[in-house]
Design a protein around this ligand. Structure first.
Ligand SMILES: NC(=O)C1=CN([C@@H]2O[C@H](COP(=O)(O)OP(=O)(O)OC[C@H]3O[C@@H](n4cnc5c(N)ncnc54)[C@H](OP(=O)(O)O)[C@@H]3O)[C@@H](O)[C@H]2O)C=CC1
Ligand SMILES: O=C(CO)COP(=O)(O)O
Ligand SMILES: [Zn+2]
Length: 352
């Protein structure tokens, strides 16, 4: 008897374009969210977008409240839960980069209320995903959470954000190449659940972005448009998979380990981009596709070396040799690679 079942949870409204932030009240009404909005944001996105959004909700008689989070931690989730309880919030609106959106998403999931995602930077593919990524001690959890009911991605805001945030988003997409390779490997060797549809979508998203790399330029709203569409598509791949597998493999474990070893030095997307060069080398060898990955990152102005990331050679080697310890996720790293192998990979690829 066939007994398999799966849930694919996706956003209802994905609104992308120029000045769409002005339509927030309408978007919220369209998905029937009711009650007091709790706006979850972080310091810069508050000024860039959340203050204006709050004024809009006030004008519409929604009586919004705001809470500002500083870090992507479980204690930030607790802070938001307490604020929501105190305000008796009807739904949550996450305004910011990956940090604010992840925290709002997880808190809304815990509360069982609706969540609206308002990215202020095209810097990560968690904008629509049903995941939250949170460090805790020596590990980093990829937490399941309901995806946003609605996404409001204002391309004017995204294009005005610092260019390096957009290049970080591009690199987060390029990492799908190695993430999918790791996923297929884990499926073959460890029988990990695998979805060909999800993997194909994740790979195609990276392919389309790389094909357009030459026309993605700073300050152009059309470029923000192309990148955010790719980020949405990659998030949908995660929702189809029911895990971050199509968008997060060994290159992400490397980045998560760097967050512990060299905190605050570089953006998530930039770290995973450099990780993708290294992991592609490990998958395909000296004459493999890592040069194409490096060239694509270079064309997009994204970092390709330890120097570009502002980290030391030793930190790269330490992150690569300890990446497999981040979580129980089988990748090309297996149960860890030796220091010699890490130095070889990083040297051959000119990362160090
Ligand atoms: N759930 C998922 O599926 C995924 C989750 N992630 C997670 O997302 C995070 C990475 O996202 P990222 O956006 O890089 O990190 P942050 O949210 O930390 O944002 C990066 C920086 O950009 C600033 N910023 C945001 N918007 C603007 C703007 N419009 N103008 C100027 N500055 C701005 C932030 O300000 P401030 O300091 O004030 O916040 C912050 O300093 C990681 O925690 C990662 O694990 C990544 C991919 C997928
Ligand atoms: O960053 C991610 C995808 O780009 C997801 O990260 P996690 O695997 O930690 O959830
Ligand atoms: Zn990522």
């Amino acid at each position: 008897m066939f007994e398999k079942s799966s849930w694919i949870r996706l956003p209802r409204n994905v609104v992308v374009g120029h000045d769409v932030l002005d339509d927030a009240v309408e978007v919220v009404a369209d998905v029937h969210l009711a009650g007091r909005p709790l706006v979850v944001t972080s310091p810069t996105p508050k000024e860039v977008a959340a203050d204006g959004l709050v004024a809009q909700f006030e004008e519409a008689g929604h009586d919004p409240v705001v809470t500002v989070v500083e870090e992507a931690t479980f204690s930030s989730v607790e802070q938001v839960l307490a604020a929501a309880e105190e305000a008796d919030a009807g739904f949550l609106v996450g305004v910011g980069g990956g940090k604010a959106i992840d925290i709002a998403k997880m808190a809304a999931d815990e509360l069982g209320v609706g969540f609206v995602s308002v990215p202020t930077a095209a810097s990560h593919d968690g904008i629509v995903s049903g995941r939250g990524s949170v460090p805790e001690g020596d590990t980093r959890h990829s937490v399941s959470a309901a995806p946003p009911i609605a996404v409001i991605a204002d391309t004017g805001v995204l294009a005005d954000a610092p260019w390096e945030l957009t290049t970080a988003g591009c690199a987060d997409i390029i990492s799908n190449y190695t993430a999918v390779k790791d996923w297929r490997l884990a499926n073959r060797l460890k029988n990990v659940t695998y979805s060909e549809y999800s993997a194909a979508l994740a790979e195609m998203t990276a392919e389309l972005l790389v094909d357009s790399a030459g026309s993605i330029k700073p300050g152009l709203e059309e470029s923000a448009w192309m990148v955010v569409k790719a980020l949405v598509s990659s998030g949908v791949a995660m929702s189809i998979a029911g895990s971050s597998r199509p968008a997060s493999g060994a290159e992400h474990l490397f980045s998560h380990q760097l967050d512990r070893i060299a905190p605050g030095k570089a953006l998530h997307g930039h770290q995973v981009g450099v990780g993708t060069i290294l992991v592609e080398y490990l998958h395909t060898g000296e004459n493999g596709d890592w040069t194409a990955v490096r060239d694509a990152l270079d064309t997009l102005d994204a970092p390709t070396t330890a120097d570009d990331l502002g980290i030391t050679d030793e930190e790269v080697v330490e992150a690569l040799t300890h990446a497999h310890e981040i979580r129980d996720r089988y990748t090309i790293l297996g149960d860890g690679i030796s220091e010699e192998a890490a130095i070889e990979a990083a040297t051959r690829t000119d990362v160090i």
